[in-house]
Design a protein around this ligand. Structure first.
Ligand SMILES: C[S@@+](CC[C@H](N)C(=O)[O-])C[C@H]1O[C@@H](n2cnc3c(N)ncnc32)[C@H](O)[C@@H]1O
Length: 433
């Protein structure tokens, strides 16, 4: 038994408990963990939260009495143990011994025996899920909403949400070409493939730490999901000299816009979150790109707009992130059904305000990483009904893109898992001249 192994399980339990009991985001909870085994703690915390509803149900079946709320970190530790037994290649004896030892590191030595008994029982006994939540491993409200919005696809979406997402790269074509970068990856032994619809994308067969990616520090490449790479070329499709990215942080799509646009074209990036806006600056510095970056509420145009209209606007709106659950499994625990109507109101307000800043003949690309129709086609539909000078342009950039898109009453949806992509919604809106 290694001290390091027990420490990693204890850290993972703290992270899981931080999300479940204190409502912290997974990224924030992981950020405050001090560990020498970061990758392993991440794997345990992500995996345990990804399988939360199934593991919680199993734990309840295995325990004679529920764990007291003041010992919630032990409930999290048991789930970390169950996750190792059911979903990883960690040998059972090591998973159990290190997890039991972790109870002592968490300051709960008297519960170590309980952890041991539960994990040993889990090893011996199998059981079927007790509830709908456990069966589908999602909260009921998400299952029901998906059943209603996607009657033919909801099970496929649930399965994609619980799968591990691949790592995608976006090549900075201001500095290199896809072919040259692909050759560098091949030479470094990192298996990768192109996507017919995404001219700057390479998908890695297995994740690689960014520090090992050739030329990462010098801006040759960025990490960005394939679905996210659909936005920038579409937004630029109408031609653009003056562009706005209204909800820009951390800057992935903004940087893509700037990499593809004419070097003289101006880009203004806005985000309401000061800390996140700082990340845009770091990204642009690394990629050697220029943009004006401002911290502002995009819907309060008086506060930041100089009155000069934009040729193209990207509105990557705040949303439930229900299309990226596979990358952020904490969403299943932190989001509430009641959030959706509130988000739809924010999305409609942003759309209405930003439309005033668009040039006649200009285009606004509305994007979310949600699969819920209330945040997508219904927002766009209501906007089009209320805005006489707005029409949808439903032309896609190429036929290969069409293959990954689902046409909606308004706009297009990429469902999570399609060709290994995250779930995204897009609607291209044009202003009458
Ligand atoms: C989906 S994320 C954007 C991701 C980004 N476009 C990218 O590709 O890297 C949405 C962003 O909207 C920002 N946001 C939310 N409400 C806003 C508002 N009223 N004005 C400006 N930004 C806002 C959030 O801080 C968040 O960074």
């Amino acid at each position: 038994m290694s001290r390091k192994g027990a420490a990693a399980r204890a850290s993972a339990a703290r992270v899981v408990d931080g999300v479940r009991s204190n409502g912290r985001s997974l990224d924030a909870a992981l950020g405050s963990v001090d560990t020498d085994d970061e990758a392993f703690v991440r794997m345990l915390a992500y995996g345990t939260l990804r399988m939360h509803f199934r593991l919680e149900d199993r734990r309840r079946q295995l325990l004679d009495r529920p764990i007291r709320s003041r010992d919630s970190v032990i409930a999290a530790l048991i789930d970390v143990g169950l996750f190792q037994l059911s979903d990883t290649r960690v040998p059972d004896h090591a998973a159990i011994a290190e997890t039991v030892e972790a109870a002592k590191r968490l300051g709960k030595p008297r519960l170590a025996g309980l952890v041991n008994a539960v994990l040993r029982r889990a090893q011996r006994e199998t059981s079927a899920p007790d509830s709908l939540e456990a069966r589908f491993n999602h909260p009921t409200w998400i299952v029901e909403r998906l059943q209603s919005d996607w009657p033919d696809d909801w099970q496929q979406i649930l399965a994609a949400n619980d799968a591990r997402a691949p790592m995608w790269l976006r090549i900075n074509t201001r500095q290199t070409t896809l072919d040259s970068y692909k050759a560098m990856l091949d030479e470094a032994g990192y298996e990768n493939q192109r996507h017919a619809a995404l001219p700057q994308a390479l998908r890695l067969a297995a994740p690689v730490p960014v520090s090992r990616l050739p030329g990462f520090a010098n801006g040759l490449v960025s990490v960005q999901d394939g679905g996210a790479q659909i936005a920038a070329p579409w937004c630029l499709g109408g031609g653009a000299a003056r562009m706005l990215d209204a909800c820009a942080a951390p800057g992935g799509k903004s940087a893509h816009l700037k990499e593809l646009a004419d070097p003289d074209d101006a880009l203004i990036c806005i985000d309401v979150d000061e800390r996140r806006a700082g990340v845009i600056r770091e990204t642009f510095d690394r990629l050697q790109l220029e943009a004006t970056i401002a911290v502002a509420d995009a819907s309060e145009t008086k506060g930041w707009w100089d009155g000069r209209p934009f040729d193209a606007i990207l509105l990557d709106a705040p949303c439930s992130a229900s299309g990226v659950i596979r990358r952020h499994p904490d969403i299943k625990l932190l989001r509430r059904a009641t959030d959706i109507a509130a988000l739809a109101r924010v999305q409609a307000t942003l759309l209405g305000s930003l439309w005033q800043t668009l040039k006649p003949g200009g285009r606004l690309l509305y994007v979310t990483c949600s699969v819920f129709k209330d945040e997508n086609e219904r927002v766009v539909d209501a906007f089009l009904d209320a805005t006489p000078d707005a029409t949808e342009n439903d032309l896609l950039q190429n036929n290969n893109i069409r293959d990954v898109m689902r046409r909606q009453a308004r706009g297009y949806q990429v469902l999570p898992g399609t060709d290994g992509m995250d779930g995204f919604y897009f609607a291209c809106l044009e202003k009458a001249t």
